[in-house]
Design a protein around this ligand. Structure first.
Ligand code: RFL
Ligand code: PHB
Length: 393
């Protein structure tokens, strides 16, 4: 077995693992990133699109912001649609001038991978981590299978940035870790289409047929979602059916039809909320989806993940460089306070925007919330601040 030594072994090269590697390297901390999938696979995975104000600054401070600042779309407002009417929430007016950046997660990943490879930082693709060992000792290790056979990384700390189905959260002993969970009775069918966006700002829509979201990636690429039943099958959705349903839900008198184009990517995602606490076991620290999942309605998943590693990088640098262990003890509780705010906001947005076919009382309550969100300056201000910068407030 090949043996390597480093200060921090990072499991997973999603946004969390890659940004952590970059932040630690800038602080002079050695680290190795191990990723199950290939470079092509992680760079092509279409997911999040909305970057909070403070998180965009973090990406820039890490040295990975050049393309995001050039190609990212800065939005100062967001639209809500229901009963064929549109309401704009002026995000920047309500949130001290701050704005969101619309820039694809896979672009953030590409930028971070390029930076890592340019600087010669070790990033082992096609390497599945199978075992985490000695987590409560001074010399934990991570074992996996790479293209050249088994590999073992001995380190001071392990960062579990391997998503909800990875190995890291399973290494937390059942006796001390708790898992809080909710499954929602709908999924999202998402498409990426080669069509110029029919809207300048994102549109979140509640319709009796279900939720719809109009988002985008560039002046020529639209990203759209439909709320569907949890057991819905992609095979049952022809291109024609997808566009008809998007039109039925999103149409208003001003925008009777949305522009169409070839669908270049499609998928169905279940909606879940998960929190794992504490986010630490001995020398293993969890960050991102490994520790928590939110339904995508609040656009918080990647932002929460990157905010975790902002603190984790500081925590590990203090311990390894300055021999200050104090942040190690508070990492989990500090993160969880913010994570629960992210869970609350994502839950609020999800319930408010997805009609519930079997609960008319609930629908009445949620419609009242939605009207308040667009009509009351106080309610809109809370929404705007959370949407634009929850992780840095
Ligand atoms: P990731 O991105 O899942 O990366 C984990 C990495 O770990 C690897 N891995 C392993 N590597 C080695 N050994 C093992 N045993 C491993 N097991 C797993 C995986 O291959 C992977 O590369 O987690 P990370 O870094 O924590 O990042 C989290 C985000 O990806 C996620 O929260 C967001 O995509 C969520 N999300 C959104 N977040 C936002 O902030 N704004 C949005 O607008 C937004 N929209 C979305 C979303 C997620 C969606 N889906 C598909 C779930 C929209 C959708 C539809
Ligand atoms: C996206 O652009 O993919 C996106 C935007 C907002 C969300 C979720 C996803 O709430």
């Amino acid at each position: 077995m090949k043996e390597l030594r480093t200060q921090v072994a990072i499991v997973g090269a999603g946004p969390a693992g890659l940004l952590l590697g970059q932040l630690l390297a800038r602080d002079g901390i050695d680290n190795i990133v191990l990723e199950h999938r290939s470079r092509e696979y992680v760079e092509r995975r279409v997911r999040a699109g909305v970057i909070e104000f403070g998180i965009a600054n973090l990406i820039e401070e890490a040295g990975a912001g050049e393309r995001m600042r050039r190609d990212g779309l800065v939005h100062h407002g967001v639209e809500f649609r229901f009963e064929r009417n549109s309401y704009r929430v002026p995000l920047s007016d309500l949130a001290d001038g701050r704005a969101i950046t619309v820039y694809g997660q896979q672009e953030v990943v590409k930028d971070l991978v390029a930076l890592r490879l340019e600087s010669g930082g070790p990033l082992l693709f096609d390497t599945e981590v199978t075992t985490l060992d000695g987590l409560t000792s001074d010399a934990p290790s991570v074992e996996g299978d790479g293209p050249e056979g088994p590999v073992r990384v001995i380190c001071d700390y392990v960062a579990g940035c391997d998503g909800s189905f990875g190995v890291a959260n399973r290494a937390l002993p059942a006796s001390s870790a708790r898992r809080y969970e909710r499954t929602y009775p709908f999924s999202w069918l998402g498409i990426l289409a080669e069509a110029s966006p029919s809207t300048e700002e994102l549109i979140y829509c509640r319709h009796q047929n279900g939720f719809a979201l109009y988002s985008m990636r560039s002046p020529t690429l639209s990203r759209l979602y439909l709320g569907v039943a949890p057991d819905e099958r992609l095979e049952d959705w022809s291109d024609g059916r997808i566009w008809d349903e998007l039109n039925a839900r999103l149409a208003t008198d001003e925008m009777p039809e949305i522009g169409q184009g070839p669908i270049v990517e499609r998928g169905i995602t279940a909606m879940r909320s998960i929190v794992i606490a504490p986010m630490r076991h001995g020398r293993l620290f969890l960050a991102g989806d490994a520790a928590h999942i939110v339904p995508p309605t609040g656009a918080k998943g990647m932002n929460l993940a990157l905010a975790d590693v902002r603190l984790l990088a500081r925590t590990l640098a203090a311990a390894l460089r300055d021999h200050d262990d104090s942040l190690l003890a508070t990492y989990s509780s500090t993160c969880l306070e913010r994570v629960w705010r992210g869970e609350e906001f994502s839950n609020y947005m999800t319930q408010m925007l997805h009609p519930n076919p079997s609960d008319e009382f609930e629908n009445g309550v949620q419609m009242a919330r939605l009207r308040q969100a667009v009509n009351s300056r106080e309610a809109a201000t809370v929404l705007a601040r959370n949407y634009v910068d929850l992780n840095s407030l």
